[in-house]
Design a protein around this ligand. Sequence first.
Ligand code: SF4
Length: 377
Amino acid sequence: MRKLKAIVQPGCATCAHRVVGYPHIAAEWTPDLQFVVTVQSDEEQGGVERLQEAGLANLAWIRGAALEEGDVVVPHATKGEVVVLLRESDTHHALFMTNRCNSYCLMCSQPPTSTDDSWLVEEAIAALRHLRRSPDVLGLTGGEPLLLGLGLRRVLEAIAQHHPTTRVEVLTNGRLFANARISEQILAGLAQPVRWLVPLYGHADFVHDFVVQAHGAFDETLAGLLALQAHGQEVQLRVVLIGPVLQVLPELVGFVGRNLPFVREVALMGCEPIGFALANRELCEVNLAEWGDVLEHAVRVLQRHAIPHLLMNMPLCVLPHPLRSLARQSISDWKNVYAAECESCIARKDCSGLFAWHEKGWKPAPLRPIEANEVLA
Ligand code: SF4
């Protein structure tokens, strides 16, 4: 969650607002949305207050935050901060749906809590109303969004209503789709294409259930994947490369090729060094450069089964040359940094770089700047 320090007008409601610059109030204002107006001077602040006195109750001023016009934010006047829900200029857009989860993955970057946070559904719907430009892709994350049931369906319908051209990606463990009532409730007759991003960590229950720390999860996830297929949904399988998963990776992708050939693609992903991954460091920290042969083997298996595949969260320099063209710049803008080693690297503009918190955790492998005379892919 991206939080910025700000001076917010006292009394400003703690709910979704669209950011507008003071000079653009007249062009942007509409009675059915909430606005925070970025002001640069006492004169502009006074101008906003005069508009309020004239009857415009749905705006408030804000100062001192690095906000951009079109951002969708939740101001917290008493805390002196603002939470950015969506940033128009970002490459990756995502809404956080819940912190609850029915799994407890060894490397979870967002350790779950049991608190009722169903209000996030209303916040997400409000954020969608306040977003002025439709992104190409919008992610819904958690926690486990399927726990929201009809709440998730309402968010999907709000996206279809306000952003019909946007492609939706939902990150889910898929387990609750094993329940026919829930899969019907959420999937039947969806108005908009949705891609379901579903993690699979093993070719057998003993691996997957161990990684997600939930007995029965493997069977439920497989049933969920079949329910997605039955509803004609697009699936990206996600495989986070921690130690126990790398040990069975060729078997896992072979299992996918034989049993789940309908998946749209398989994403092999570097681990985010935060949350439970830090607590389970001995299982989650790997030097990916030492697993190059296994990655190449897994990719050959996927090629043999004609399953499209990609690599995420992996710097180019840690990968064997033949795999570099599969790597994508996948780390969310606000989490993404580069290291000192990257300054002299010619591949930086094409490289995913690192998670911002790698210094408290680890790098995927020692970095080695790529030089001009080196073959990139
Ligand atoms: S040195 Fe930095 S920019 Fe270059 S490939 Fe490695 S991580 Fe990417």
